[in-house]
Design a protein around this ligand. Sequence first.
Ligand SMILES: NC(=O)c1ccc[n+]([C@@H]2O[C@H](COP(=O)([O-])OP(=O)(O)OC[C@H]3O[C@@H](n4cnc5c(N)ncnc54)[C@H](OP(=O)(O)O)[C@@H]3O)[C@@H](O)[C@H]2O)c1
Length: 259
Amino acid sequence: MGVTLLTGATGTLGSALRPRLSAAGHEVRAASRSPPDDGGTAEWVEVDLATGAGLDAALDDVDVVVHAATAPRGDTEAVDVDGTRRLLTAATEEAVENVVHPSIVGIDDIPYSYYEHKLTAERLVADSDVPSTVLRATQFHPFVHDLLGAVARLPVWPLPTRFENQPVDVGEVADAVAEYATVEAAGRVPDVGGPEVESVGELAKTYREVLGVRRPVLRLPLPGSTAAAFRAGHATCPDRAVGTVTWEEWLRKHRAGAG
Ligand SMILES: NC(=O)c1ccc[n+]([C@@H]2O[C@H](COP(=O)([O-])OP(=O)(O)OC[C@H]3O[C@@H](n4cnc5c(N)ncnc54)[C@H](OP(=O)(O)O)[C@@H]3O)[C@@H](O)[C@H]2O)c1
């Protein structure tokens, strides 16, 4: 078996993938712009997908790529679209056997610019000469926690309470992604969603109870097609509620310092 390149190795998903891939016997080469700060045993290489710096060397002797890099708060076009294109070109030259691409549930139904870039990236992967595996997941618990936490600091809590969500444990997504990190590309594989579909209002209620937030929730009626798509549940996959860790369980663990 050759080397497994993990892009986005320091991210929420990448950090959960590193130990899993190593435990499964992969020789992991972790890539990102800054090194992991949690030690770990994997080799680390500096790669900037927005410029392509470090990419060719990172792909030396690689037969599987797990592409978990993304820039939701940065230049998503440069990283998620152009960076994915650069990665695929280098992977084709190296005759990589499988590019495993984690993606997001609902990106073809929700007109939101980050999701549009993710959809373009997903199509680049699927249409590439490199064999690939695409796995979509619903939103990770820490992402939902950070979104709610950001507004919980205001005197009132303005929330789009009717948005539908299905938060999932990032470890469970990493388990699924790691299973597909083999030399057998599998194409588009079944989505991975959390155990429960809940509205943002319900998620906020649990957040208040578990974390002791007392601020009143202010229903934020958001206009537009993006908000309508979130209200219609397009970010969820109730038929693929395969995750087992509920929002409440994750919050309680997180509060105790283990999340
Ligand atoms: N978060 C969610 O709720 C969620 C849900 C479903 C699917 N996903 C998907 O899961 C994957 C991982 O998401 P995540 O939430 O783990 O992301 P994340 O926590 O934001 O981590 C992003 C990673 O990408 C790296 N990165 C950013 N810009 C880069 C650049 N220019 N060049 C190279 N590396 C760069 C970051 O490291 P440096 O900054 O050090 O470079 C970091 O390791 C993505 O495909 C995402 O779409 C996420």
